[in-house]
Design a protein around this ligand. Structure first.
Ligand code: ZN
Length: 261
């Protein structure tokens, strides 16, 4: 499923469309248009404009448009993909079908010269909106600083994993990234977020930075070292201990009872 890493790869893919003029907008699925948006409104708002910047905050892709045009916000849910000029931004998603059926196209921009940008989403859990409220999202996980991480965790009795995945606090970390980060940092996902010492928080930040950089370079959230063991009977790749499987923050969580404390 797309996490911050996949959306960053989509953002880079979307950069290929910058400065092309939008000649056609297709929004065939009313369910996919959010916050009261309708097909006639989004078509009117985008036709004839150019995309001038591709930004990302957490799992939200933000495309700025030319003139006094709106910001186009794209969300990818569990199975959404960005396809530009017939090429997918990433080869396949861990839980998504790699098939690309035109009936799953929820939103399409056609450009002068023949290229196109498509949001293809079998399960329809993503969405399109204009001028999304970026202030509702927390700091982007990729650039978070020590003091900001401390503030996001301070005083919280919530499980550490739930807090790290709370997109209003820290944006971009989903289930797989979170398990990988906490496994590398040697921290129990169920511990209360506010209980970390300065040293533990330092370890967490270093693990976040390392995991995000490595898996972005590798090309997906599902390419971490813990991933192959995230199944029943899986063993910790570090010390061979059987992994514990729990539901934390509503998500299936794998962790090592020996080295994650
Ligand atoms: Zn272990």
């Amino acid at each position: 499923m797309p996490e911050g890493i996949e959306i960053e790869l989509y953002r880079r893919t979307a950069e290929r469309t910058l400065e092309r003029t939008i000649t056609e907008v297709a929004a065939p699925d009313a369910w996919f248009l959010k916050r009261g948006l309708t097909a006639p409104v989004v078509i009117e708002a985008l036709l004839g404009r150019r995309l001038v910047a591709a930004r990302r905050r957490g799992k939200l892709l933000l495309l700025d448009t030319s003139g006094d045009g709106p910001v186009l916000g794209l969300r990818f849910g569990m199975t959404g993909r960005l396809v530009v000029d017939g090429r997918q931004g990433i080869e396949e998603l861990e839980y998504g079908s790699s098939r690309d059926l035109a009936t799953w196209d929820r939103f399409v921009l056609e450009f002068a010269g023949g290229g196109q940008l498509r949001l293809n989403d079998p399960r329809r859990l993503g969405g399109v909106e204009l001028d999304p409220d970026e202030s509702r999202l927390g700091l982007d996980a990729f650039g978070i600083r020590p003091r900001e991480l401390a503030a996001a965790l301070a005083g919280s009795a919530a499980p550490l994993k739930a807090r790290l995945m709370d997109q209003g606090r820290i944006a971009g970390i989903g289930n797989l990234l979170c398990d990988e980060i906490l496994w590398r940092a040697g921290l129990d996902p169920a511990r209360s977020a506010g209980s970390l010492s300065d040293g533990e928080r330092g370890r967490l930040l270093r693990a976040m930075r390392a995991v995000l950089a490595e898996l972005l370079a590798a090309g997906g959230s599902h390419l971490g070292r813990l991933q192959a063991a995230r199944q029943r009977g899986g063993l910790c790749p570090r010390d061979g201990t059987p992994l514990e499987r729990r539901t934390i923050g509503g998500r299936t969580t794998y962790s090592c009872p020996r080295h994650q404390r």
